[in-house]
Structure formats: structure tokens, C-alpha cells
Design a protein around this ligand. Sequence first.
Ligand code: ATP
Length: 300
Amino acid sequence: MNVVACKELTKQYGENKALDGLTFTLNENTITGLIGRNGAGKTTLLKILAGFWYETSGDVQVFSVHPFNSLSVSANTVFIDDQMTFSNSLTLKELLNEADRFYENWDTDLAERLFQYFGFDPYEIHENLSKGKKSTFNMIIGLAAKCALTIFDEPTTGMDAAVRKDFYRALLKDYLAHPRTIIISSHHLDEVEDVLEDVLLINEGKDYLHLPIDELKEYAVGLSGKSAIVRQWISNKEVIYSQNVGFDNSYVVVKNDFEHESAKRLGMEVSPVTPSDLCVYLTNQTEGGIDDVFNKRDPK
Ligand SMILES: Nc1ncnc2c1ncn2[C@@H]1O[C@H](COP(=O)(O)OP(=O)(O)OP(=O)(O)O)[C@@H](O)[C@H]1O
């Protein structure tokens, strides 16, 4: 069953199209990584799915209803991001008690164990927590709510490396015990890829790729070798990324749809491309790279 279905979904702010005809579906009980560069439209999409914002055009369905202001969607959805604010008149412990009253499937035991594990003071106020601690507390809410649609928008902002690792491990363990539909937006695909089943890559508001993470790992390969040979080889291929290496060598990334042996026989090296690098290459909006900024400076 589809939990999310978007068709030609568009969100416009004045002249700016934050979402531009997104069409995709998300199956029940899957963990999807929503990946995209800064400004790609991730938060806009997630807020529309959570029912906070209205789309400009197109069709969006969550649990088969339009999500904006829908009671059934808000009762079955939890949206966690680093902008969450809570009442200053309640302590952390009281916030957990309120969450218990609000979320039907609230897992008190999990919330308390995580709360203790991460060393929270029950009498602390959310606003006074450090950035990483706020994200950690929000994550506890997101996991313990056990909502059928669980949305994490950049959940690890400010968390240190150890807490990030713990978060993804907790997420996976809890998901395996209680499968539900989870969407995690992140810039760090390498960090999150081990928990993902699917990746939805968006670029400038458009859906670019939507496929299982295992297929993304095989989607492209890198080829390196003498520039003349590489250039000849790619003449009839779709090139995802290319870079000159040293004086006479090139590195290119192409779709993995050819016999590797034929490339190796011409002296080229074939290497895997990580999903994280691939997503960066696929969504590169500028020619060359940051080095070009410096290379093109006038000598003084
Ligand atoms: N309230 C708003 N008013 C006007 N423009 C907005 C608003 N919210 C977002 N935008 C624009 O919509 C586009 C998409 O923004 P959005 O925050 O959805 O991207 P994002 O992928 O979440 O980015 P990031 O990774 O940097 O958080 C951007 O061009 C942004 O400037």
C-alpha cells in the first residue's frame, strides 16, 4: 500500500518553484532517504506531506487523503526537525508526559530508556539545551511516537559523531521491531545509507532518481585512464561527471550499463562510485568544482 503519493506536485514562492512537478510514491513500511543539495526542496516537500503547508498545484495524498489540516494525517504523522520549539513552562520530563498523552502509540519505556541513556536532566528546559542535545531530545520524541509516518528533517543537526551513530542504530532497531514508513532527509547520504531501503534524490524541486539503495550502489562506475582513450570511449555515453587528472589522464563517471572487461582491455580502470559521491555528481549545478573559483582569479 502507498502511504505517500505525489503527482506533479508543485510549490511556488512568487517566481521561485521550490517543488516542480514531483511525482513519486512511498510504500508502507519502508525507510526512504530524501537526498538533495541545499535548497533542493526537501523541507518544503516534507512540510507538505506532514500537512503543515499547502501545495500550489498537483496532487498529494498521505494515507489516501489530502494532508493539509487533516486530522487523520496529523494523528498518524510525527515531523521532527531542528526548528522544533516547546513550551518553556514545561520541563523535559513533562514534555515526555505530554507526548505520551498526544501520541496514541507512544512507547513510554523506549522514551525513558533513551532519555536516561543520553543523560538528560528531567528538570531541564528544552530551550536551554545545546544544539546537539535538542536534536537528541527531538529524536526521542520521533522514535517513541511510533507514528505510521515518521518524518525526520535533518535530524542529526548538531549531534556529535557518537550520538549520530547511536541515533541511526536506535532507529534501525526500533524500525525492525515496529516497521513503519520513515522518511529521513539528509545531506549525509554516506552516514545514513546503512539504514535506508530507498533513496529519493531531488534536484531543484524535481524528482531525479527514486530507487533502492542497493541499485544506487550499482548505478554508476568510475573510469580512469589516458584522456584520449577515455574521451573516445565516452563519445556515445551519458557522462555523469568528468575530471582531468594530472597532465594526460581523465576520470569520468558513467552509467554502469556496459561490459567492464571491454573498458579494461583498453587500459582503463573501472572503480565503484559511492552513492554519496554519485548524488553529488548528479546534482552538481556548477561547472567544474570549487577549484575553479581559485583557478579563475586574476594573478596579482
Ligand atoms: N517560506 C518561504 N518563502 C519563500 N521561499 C521559500 C520558503 N521556504 C523555502 N523557500 C525556497 O524554496 C526553495 C527550497 O527550500 P527548502 O528549504 O525546501 O530546501 P531544502 O532542500 O530543505 O534546503 P536545505 O538542505 O538547505 O535545508 C529554496 O529556494 C528556498 O529559498
